[in-house]
Every structure is written in C-alpha cells, then in structure tokens.
Write a protein that binds this ligand. Structure first.
Ligand SMILES: C[S@@+](CC[C@H](N)C(=O)[O-])C[C@H]1O[C@@H](n2cnc3c(N)ncnc32)[C@H](O)[C@@H]1O
Length: 270
C-alpha cells in the first residue's frame, strides 16, 4: 500500500504485504500490466508531468521527467544497498521513485515528499510498494516527516527540487535541515542544471562530487555530499574551514557557472 497525505503517519506496513512489487525496468512482474498497458501508463506519466510543468513551471522546472540514464546514475550515486531509510524530495510522477525502489533492500523504507498533489495522486495510482511512504508537503518539512513516520535518520536524501527557482534563504534552510536530519556518514544527492544547490549545501556538508549526465533533457549535474561521521573540530581555523567547505571535487567535467574560486554564495546569480 502506498500511503499518501500522511493520514496515519505512525501506521506500519500491513501484515502480509509483499516487500517489493516494482519490477525491473521494462519487465512486467506477476500481476503487473502488459507491455501495452505499461506503454500507455508511461505516455500518461509524460502527459501528467507536462501538465504539472504548465501549471507550476517554477516548481517543476522541467518539461519532461528524468531519463533512464539519469535514473541509473542517481541510483549508482546514492549507493543504496544496505540503506535502511531513504528520503526522496520531489519525486514528480514517480519515475525516479520506481528506480530507487528497484535498487532498495527489501526491509528499507523510502519516504517521498512532493509538493504537487496531482503528482502525488499519480504515484498513488502507479506504485504499490509497502516500502514507500508518499507524503504531500514541502522539502522544508523533512525533519517533521521523518519523525512523524517514526523513521531512522536517513542514510540518503536524494533531491530533484529546483534550488535555482527557490529564494536563496529557503534553499539554505532546506539544505541545513537535510544536513541535520541525515545519519552521520549519510549522503545528500541532488540533480540540477545550475549550481545553486551547491552554494546552499556545501557550507553545511563535506565538499561535493559532481558529474554531468548529458543524456537527459536538459543535461544535469549530479552532486553528492557526505555528512561527516564526526562533527568538525571546534579548533579548526575558520578560514581553513571556509576554504574546505567551498572546495568542490569535480567529476570529469567542469562544474559550470559556479566554481569555488567565485567565493561565497551570491544570491542574485543563476
Ligand atoms: C525536476 S522535477 C523532478 C521530478 C522527478 N523526480 C524526475 O526526476 O523526473 C522537481 C519536482 O520537485 C517538486 N518540488 C518542487 N519544490 C518542492 C518542495 N519544496 N518540496 C517538495 N517537492 C518539491 C516538483 O513538484 C517536482 O515534482
């Protein structure tokens, strides 16, 4: 059962529910729709996604959902095996959610937090997996939702929410809340075109890695931060700490409009 709207936040998985009902990409599982039905649902997903973009362009920030290549890169970057709790911010119509569920352990939980009620309804129609909690609300409420659902500190938070269209202060607040709710050693993975998310998250986590995914519309960067296992030493010189926080360990390709040499965040650039 996919839970939506947090009607009964502390309810547990119903007895007898099967742990995984999400088939590998392209393969219908027992009781799953035929290929034709799957193709029809996929067209409907695209349509719902496009409608969501037309109604909330700044919130959705993309005309199409993530590509299979990007989904696969996210799953690799998240390193899901062994994770007990994963939070997805901005699941959209659920393509990335299904990819995460395919890779998650049978006992893991995935809390998906989505602002758009129509997208959430689509997830409820499409995904029937007892590991999933589909929650209506904002990424800003991440800590409240983790507590309300009685989940352990997340091992991974993965986000597609567009930090570039958020007021800078809101982006910083969300990044700080993600950093505080993550388990020590946990990861924050964000896929974005622009680097606003790096300015918000790097000061509160270890410097990120960053790799482009070109086979997506538009091409996106996948950033990944780790929460230190031990809090930073209070004796670390502030200048050294600032330098460390602004350092970006890049992937094979340049980070783009923002680089560590740009210095601290400027709230007005895009
Ligand atoms: C670029 S779409 C990504 C959708 C999907 N994960 C994918 O990759 O295809 C961004 C999603 O974030 C959602 N979103 C935007 N701001 C949000 C917020 N503050 N809290 C939760 N979800 C948000 C949007 O409604 C949209 O579904």
């Amino acid at each position: 059962m996919t839970r939506t709207q947090a009607a009964t936040p502390r309810a547990r998985t119903p007895a007898g529910a099967t742990p995984a009902m999400v088939a590998p990409r392209g393969e219908p599982a027992a009781g799953q729709p035929s290929r034709w039905a799957a193709a029809r649902e996929s067209v409907r997903d695209r349509w719902e996604f496009l409608k969501g973009f037309v109604h909330h362009p700044n919130q959705v920030a993309s005309v199409v959902a993530s590509s299979a290549r990007l989904e696969a890169q996210l799953v690799r970057t998240c390193r899901l095996p062994g994770a007990r709790c994963v939070v997805e911010l901005g699941p959209g119509t659920g393509g990335t959610t299904r990819a995460l569920l395919r890779a998650l352990d049978a006992q893991a939980r995935l809390l998906a937090v989505e602002l758009c009620p129509e997208f959430l309804a689509r997830i409820g129609e499409r995904i029937h997996d007892p590991r999933l909690i589909a929650q209506h609300g904002s990424a800003e409420q991440i800590a409240d939702f983790v507590a309300a659902w009685d989940l352990p500190p997340p091992d991974v938070v993965v986000s597609g929410i567009p930090f570039s269209t958020l007021p800078a202060a809101t982006g910083e607040r969300i990044a700080a809340r993600i950093a505080s709710v993550l388990a020590p050693g946990g990861r924050f993975v964000a896929y974005q075109l622009r680097a606003h998310v790096a300015r918000a998250a790097t000061p509160v986590l270890e410097p990120p890695t960053c790799e482009w995914q070109w086979l997506n519309i538009p091409p996106l960067r996948v950033f990944s931060w780790t929460k230190p296992v031990h809090p930073p030493s209070p004796t670390e010189h502030p200048a050294r700490r600032g330098q460390r926080q602004l350092q970006v360990r890049e992937g094979a390709l340049p980070v783009g409009p923002w680089s560590p040499q740009d210095g601290p965040r400027r709230h007005d650039d895009s």
